[in-house]
Write a protein that binds this ligand. Structure first.
Ligand SMILES: Nc1ncnc2c1ncn2[C@@H]1O[C@H](COP(=O)(O)OP(=O)(O)O)[C@@H](O)[C@H]1O
Ligand SMILES: [Mg+2]
Length: 519
């Protein structure tokens, strides 16, 4: 916590220095400086001490800070007044360097208009107040070249936010690594060998990013899912211990006998075999992302590592942010048919978020591990809609759009459910949500007429995803199976038996014929 707080205070200082460099005639001083420092202290405490807390905790820290006699003047018109912009908490305010005043984060959120082709890509990030606030906290740690760990539930946007920040910092080169239960320090050593060189310096051997990556660039090794790595029999996660050593000692011993192998980075100045050599790291930074340690397969990270790394909690976006994000995606999807479907942007977005929220409340991972609901579901839903709508020659009718929406939603939410009661709830809920949000449907009996089951869509009967009649679809599938049975079954079977016999010949296990041994 203190490490994060100091990092943020240092960031405040560097903002003042940057401002003074850019404004040599009117540097920050007097009331401008006092205003900035007071407000920045609140910001630094909220994110330094409350970075790892949910929004409620951060708000409570901000409120307590503002009770301090020297900071209470920041609450406009003390004794009943409020904060700048009428926002409920100082967490909703950012500090403007230009005049040291506060302004609501919501004022700085740009409206992002997506191209239709960006809907299916995975790199489009829609700015919201949450992404901006997280990005600012992350940027402060990255600029201070401190290790950093983002923590949050699956699909909350950790990888997306970190990648977005890093791609906007040209002085950093991102190297993404995905950790698993079997990850060992070897993965990091191999990465260093690929991206770094070892040079001799007055300080001894120093490992630094290859000059080909760019002069003076920092290498940011992004360890995604860092708490998946398993413990050894002594309860140590070796790779996390190695990360701690890199953070604490800024270096590691290269094993003498394996120098030049996986344990030694490509060496232009390093010695050969023999004694272990200390290699200092230069311009290499570690950042990580992890899920809460209570999730399945996760291992609690050692406090000895975490004390070096500010921790920022990235939680699921609230419904207002979801409306902003998926409003942009749905708008881009509806644009494929010119302006005809644009009136449905609001209803479709609201209906998706409503249905997602109800499912998230109803089912939890306590019942089954697959009952995880994150914005990823909404992204998949909108992509599926795009892929079904884009190839159509004419825009669908309101009923058709509603059916398509419901069909894709059921595939995402209904098909993962295990219990018939849960499935029935899901079917009834999607009918209710459609009835509530979709305008212009041909009947008020949504469950019995508009969304009459079965809802079948397929690409088997034509080049595009289209609704198909159960009998036609079933008939086509049945005929295809029959054809396959008659023509290909014997050939497939003989092929399988040959394959199995060859395997048995290659791996003689007991010498008995395959059919007796393995069947
Ligand atoms: N602001 C946003 N803009 C665009 N997509 C978003 C936004 N917030 C969440 N998402 C969606 O949520 C997903 C979060 O995925 P990811 O970053 O991989 O989560 P995590 O790393 O936390 O498990 C993204 O892939 C995207 O589909
Ligand atoms: Mg991730």
């Amino acid at each position: 916590m203190l490490c994060s707080l100091l990092t943020l205070l240092r960031r405040g200082l560097s903002l003042v220095l940057e401002y003074n460099e850019q404004h040599p005639d009117a540097p920050m001083e007097g009331t401008h400086l006092t205003r900035f420092v007071q407000r920045w202290c609140v910001h630094a405490c909220v994110w330094g001490l409350g970075g790892a807390m949910p929004w409620k905790g951060r708000e409570s820290i901000a409120a307590q800070m503002l009770q301090h006699p020297q900071l209470s003047s920041l609450v406009a018109g003390s004794g009943g007044g409020g904060l700048t912009g009428g926002v409920p908490s100082a967490v909703d305010l950012r500090v403007r360097v230009e005049d040291g005043e506060w302004e609501p984060w919501s004022l700085g959120v740009p409206t992002k208009e997506l191209e239709a082709r960006q809907v299916t890509g995975s790199d489009a990030v829609i700015p919201t107040t949450d992404t901006l606030r997280h990005e600012e906290a992350i940027r402060a740690c990255l600029a201070a070249h401190k290790p950093l760990v983002l923590c949050g539930p699956p699909g909350s946007g950790k990888t997306m936010t970190l990648t977005a920040v890093l791609s906007n910092m040209p002085e950093l080169v991102l190297v993404p690594l995905n950790f698993s239960s079997t990850t060992t320090p070897d993965l990091l050593l191999k990465t260093f060998a690929q991206y770094c060189e070892v040079v001799k310096s007055p300080r001894g051997l120093v490992m630094q990013p290859l000059p080909a990556l760019g002069e003076g660039k920092w290498l940011v090794v992004f360890c995604d899912e860092v708490n998946l790595a398993a413990e050894d029999k002594y309860g140590t996660v070796k790779v996390v211990s190695f990360l701690r050593q890199l953070a604490e000692q800024q270096g590691f011993y290269r094993c003498g006998k394996s120098a030049g192998g996986s344990g030694g980075a490509s060496s232009s100045g390093g010695g050969g075999g023999g004694l272990n050599q200390w290699i200092s790291l230069r311009r290499v930074q570690i950042v990580g992302a992890c899920n809460p340690p209570t999730d399945a397969g996760r291992v609690a990270m050692s406090p000895r590592f975490l004390r070096h790394a500010p921790l920022v909690l990235v939680d699921y976006p609230p419904p207002s942010s979801l409306a902003q994000i998926y409003g942009a995606f749905v708008r881009a999807t509806m644009k494929v048919h010119g302006g005809d479907l644009l009136p449905y942007v609001g209803p479709v977005t609201d209906a998706m978020i409503d249905f997602y929220g109800r499912n998230q409340q109803q089912f939890t991972t306590d019942a089954a591990p697959q009952y995880v609901y994150s914005p990823r579901e909404l992204s998949r839903w909108v992509r599926a809609l795009f892929e079904a709508l884009a190839p159509l020659d004419a825009p669908p009718s309101p009923d058709e759009l509603c059916c398509l929406w419901a069909h894709e939603g059921l595939r995402l939410f209904h098909d993962r459910l295990m219990d018939p009661h849960e499935k029935a709830w899901c079917n009834a809920t999607i009918n209710a949500v459609a009835e509530r949000h979709f305008p212009g449907l041909s009947s008020t009996d949504v469950s019995g007429v508009v969304l009459a089951r079965p809802l079948l869509y397929s690409t088997w009967l034509g080049p595009t995803t289209g609704e198909c009649n159960g009998t036609v679809c079933g008939g086509t599938w049945g005929r295809a199976c029959k054809r396959f049975t008659k023509k290909n079954w014997t050939a497939t079977w003989s092929c399988l038996t040959k394959f199995w016999t060859t395997c048995c010949a290659l791996i003689p296990c007991c010498g008995t014929p395959w059919a007796t041994c393995c069947w």
